[in-house]
Design a binder for this molecule. Structure first.
Ligand code: ASP
Length: 329
């Protein structure tokens, strides 16, 4: 369920609901702009549950998914989202290429721009790379994850999942647990959930806790049990070993013993606490399989479902100006 009443802030009178040309992060968005995207996504949740899942508002538009880093669910989700809205979707798999930040990335921007896309969805291993492209091209750019920086559509789909399951985001006590340091998901979620009035905690070993994280308006815990105490939502994160230069965790076994979510540990949280994970999951490292697969507690597959709806909303909203939609020109 969801309702306008669950918004921490309605769009102020006279304000444009979403005045941005790109979506490079949650940073810089007003709470009502985030809530607007969630509201827009609701219609697509309904369409995606219908027998025929089609709308043609992006017909004739070209969507390029430029992925310089591996992805399963995000790429597929953006492809499905674009196709359900009628766009011509082209995937550029550059994960294996040697493209690096700097001149080469700018050349890529110029090349993509010359093909006159109507929207570019981009994932890149370097923080800030998506903004760099957004500054150079003529169409809207959507960040599908850049380095350690942001993953805005993940935060939106997580917020939509929480709002639908819990009825509201404001006042929910949310624990984001695990590899906070390397996680763009954590960063975007902290920004979105605090903006929408949730009480956010981050739980991590000291080596995986970003310095001065409290400045983002969260409470930091290195003790997992203390961090989970009374939480309404427990969001587990993948241990991002590919982003670790040196061993920041002792061993997978020890990590699971100290920071892995088990049924026993979940009892520290509220009795109806919702378990989330952005995927891909490391079963037996940050989360026990029986919890991940417990449909009463885990919203993990619902998160994937909400991902398509949220991405449809973002593709629709960001292309409105180009399509000459009234109020967006
Ligand atoms: N899929 C998420 C991301 O792209 C989370 C992860 O990879 O652990 O950031």
């Amino acid at each position: 369920m969801s309702s306008a009443a669950s918004h921490p802030a309605a769009t102020p009178e006279g304000a444009h609901p979403f005045p941005h040309g790109h979506l490079t992060g949650i940073d810089g968005l007003q709470p009502w702009e985030i809530a607007f995207l969630l509201d827009e996504a609701e219609q697509w949740v309904a369409l995606n549950r219908a027998a025929t899942k089609h709308d043609d508002r992006l017909a004739g538009l070209t969507q390029i998914n430029a992925f310089f880093e591996n992805s399963t669910r995000t790429l597929l989700s953006f492809e499905i989202a674009g196709k359900r809205l009628g766009a011509d979707v082209v995937n550029m798999h550059a994960a294996q290429s040697s493209v690096k930040k700097g001149e080469t990335l700018l050349d890529t921007a110029i090349t993509l721009n010359a093909m006159r896309p109507d929207i570019i969805v981009m994932r890149h291993g370097s923080s800030g790379a998506v903004q760099l492209i957004a500054d150079k091209v003529d169409c809207p750019v959507l960040n599908a994850g850049d380095g350690w920086h942001e993953h805005p559509t993940q935060a939106l789909l997580d917020a939509l999942t929480i709002r639908r399951r819990k009825g509201a985001i404001a006042k929910q006590r949310v624990a984001i647990c695990g590899d906070i340091l390397h996680s763009r998901v954590a960063r975007s979620n902290i920004l979105a959930l605090t903006a929408l009035g949730a009480e956010v905690r981050v739980v991590a070993p000291p080596t995986l806790m970003p310095p001065a994280v409290e400045r983002l308006g969260v409470t930091a815990f290195t003790d997992f049990d203390a961090g989970l105490d009374g939480c309404d939502v427990v969001m587990m994160l993948r241990l991002q070993t590919e982003r670790m230069k040196s061993g920041l965790v002792p061993s997978a076994r020890e990590y699971f013993a100290l920071y892995g979510l088990t049924r026993e540990r979940l009892e520290k949280a509220a009795p109806d606490a919702l378990v989330m994970h952005p995927g891909p999951m490391n079963r037996g490292i940050e989360i026990a399989s029986d919890i991940a697969d417990d449909l009463d507690r885990s919203a993990i597959t619902e998160q994937v479902e909400m991902g398509v709806a949220v991405r449809m909303a973002c593709l629709d909203v960001l292309t409105r100006k180009g399509r000459g939609v009234e109020g967006w020109v």
